[in-house]
Design a protein around this ligand. Structure first.
Ligand code: NOJ
Length: 561
């Protein structure tokens, strides 16, 4: 299979990736928390779904202030999730099924409980004292700058012992590492090599655009009533960051066949050639244009902005174009563990939930790039509808609720925006069976199983030929048999159409034309472009050329003449 420029596609370009939120996937030991053995026991589900790579959210030792994105020991597995033997077993069992395990490397920050930080905070005179970002207070004793952390509140916390502030882009429990120190970079390379030697297939690099801090720390322009300035504007993608990342790539990745995907908020399309492709630092990067399509301002969860299908379609056309120009590859993502469920995010709530889920599945699995399925997306999961902030677990959700109240919004407005955006929606336990705890655990799950689990669960959906799950399984098979869906180029059709997302995927021998109705109404289109094509797939029986029923998705195929 070849790519557009004639080169052979790499394994990860032909892959369907699947994100597992480890805490919520499957509990094997009855403590209400998902674990590694639980994942191993469900590898066949993933195999059947056509998955070739599993991205695991962090499962290292962690006090779980941010559910594992605060790592206390990069070389050990958190006992809540299992042991190193369990991890080795998972890697081996996955490998038997042709599935690779992708680890999440959280390298912008550690946990404050990490021994590195514990040493660092003991004073300015030990070998780790310069491993974090320590800065003296301003003359009046206040924080060095007015930066607001991404989860709200000052990005600086004062340490009584050192009489200095340390920087944290996220929670105070997540102090930022000092990448300017070569010893830190060397240690992080050792961590990554340790996992490469364990046999993992790649890395997702968390919050990677924040690792390089500016030369000087200065106040930013306040952007909310709290008089703080969002840290993103002050530190994301700072000059010099690429040197660190090239160093990391040559130390860790060169000579291996692992892939890397960077979570790269703050990289602009014209900068992509420096980030992906032959001269880049990662194989792919996750960008935020689509998931932030309705956010006018990242510091304000209570306001949304309207968007149109044209904007939505432009994200794909523009991203694919800029990836292509950079000689790089695109990760296709509609939701992840930080985002709402896509059928709630991109469509209004109505009585056609399955049809919405199948429409988006069709997009995800026929777009050019590597699709990432978020656990539960294949079952048609939607956002939670909890009625009180007390019901939520996620720390950033709670902080943003408080932040919204402090900005003057009412409790109702704050709850409404939490319901729209909370990360908990994509973190509720997987639903394997009907009945108590949905087969996720024999104990009370750490986060409530969603009440729809008697209908939306793997076992029931497996039996129903018309289910969302079976639609995913069929699409994944189609992606393999119709090679143009993997290696074909992408051309958007009808870009001005406000109801239909349509595009063509074409390689040297075949072309597939995809139509997806994004509305709850019947819509029509000119079928001239598919006059020579045959129906190969659709969400409804008896598709009619030129007509789409509500949320109907359909694929026609023809040889290239
Ligand atoms: C991005 C991760 O996806 C998110 O879950 C986490 O809270 C932050 N980075 C901090 O590590």
């Amino acid at each position: 299979m070849r790519n557009k420029t004639g080169g052979e596609l790499k394994w990860w370009q032909k892959t369907i990736a699947y994100e597992i939120y480890v805490r919520s996937f499957k509990d094997s030991n009855g403590d209400g928390i998902g674990d590694l053995n639980g994942i191993t026991s469900e590898l066949d589900h993933l195999k059947e779904l056509g998955v070739d790579a599993i991205w695991l959210t962090p499962c290292y030792v962690s006090p779980q202030a941010d559910n594992g994105y605060d790592i206390a020991d990069y070389y050990r597995i958190d006992p809540a999730y299992g042991t190193m033997e369990d991890m080795e077993h998972l890697i081996a069992e996955a490998k038997k099924r042709g599935i690779r395990i992708v680890m999440d490397l959280v390298f912008n920050h550690t946990s404050d409980q990490n021994e590195w930080f514990q040493s660092s905070r003991r004073g300015a005179e030990n070998d780790k004292s310069d491993w974090y970002i320590w800065v003296d207070p301003k003359e009046d004793g206040s924080a060095p700058t007015n930066w607001r952390s991404i989860f709200g509140g000052s990005a600086w916390t004062y340490d009584e012992g050192r009489k200095q502030y340390y920087l944290h882009t996220f929670l105070p429990e997540q102090p930022d590492l000092n990448w300017a120190n070569p010893a830190v970079r060397k240690e992080l390379q050792s961590v990554a090599k340790f996992w490469v030697n364990k046999g993992v297939g790649g890395f997702r690099m968390d919050a990677i655009t924040y690792i390089k801090k500016p030369e000087r720390f200065s106040d930013g322009e306040a952007d909310a009533k709290d008089t703080l300035a969002g840290i993103h504007a002050m530190t994301a993608n700072t000059d010099g960051i690429l040197d660190y990342l090239h160093e990391f790539k040559s130390a860790v990745q060169d000579g291996t066949d692992i892939f890397t995907v960077g979570e790269a908020n703050g990289v602009f399309p014209d900068q992509l050639p420096d980030w992906i492709g032959e001269n880049g630092v990662f194989d792919m990067i996750f960008q935020f244009g689509l998931v932030d399509i309705d956010l006018p301002d990242e510091n304000n969860w209570c306001e949304t902005c309207s968007w149109s299908l044209k904007d939505f379609k432009s994200f794909f056309a523009d991203s694919l174009q800029s990836c292509e120009t950079a000689g790089g590859w695109f990760p296709v993502v509609l939701e992840n563990h930080d985002q709402p469920r896509s059928i709630s995010h991109f469509f209004p709530k109505d009585d056609k939930r399955d049809a919405r889920a199948k429409a988006l599945a069709t997009l995800l699995l026929t777009m050019r790039g590597t699709p990432f399925i978020m656990q539960g997306e294949e079952l048609g999961f939607e956002n939670v509808s909890w009625q009180s902030i007390e019901d939520f677990d996620d720390i950033s959700t709670k902080n943003h609720y408080a932040f919204s109240l402090a900005e003057g919004y009412s409790k109702e407005q704050a709850l409404e925006s939490v319901l729209r955006f909370s990360r908990d929606s994509s973190r509720t336990p997987m639903q394997w069976e009907p009945g108590e705890n949905a087969g996720f655990s024999t104990a009370k799950p750490w986060l409530p199983v969603y009440p729809d689990h008697d209908v939306y669960n793997r076992t029931s959906e497996k039996k129903d030929p018309g289910s969302v799950l079976n639609h995913y399984i069929r699409l994944a098979k189609l992606r393999r048999t119709c090679r143009e869906l993997t290696d074909g180029d992408y051309t958007e059709l009808m870009p001005e159409n406000e109801q239909i997302f349509s595009y063509r995927r074409m390689n040297e021998s075949r072309k597939a034309t995809i139509f997806i109705n994004f509305t709850n109404r019947e819509v029509s289109y000119d079928p001239a472009c598919i006059s020579d094509a045959e129906w190969i797939f659709g969400t409804e029986q008896n598709a009619k050329k030129g007509l789409l029923r509500p949320y109907e998705a359909v694929i026609y195929e023809a040889p290239v003449s």
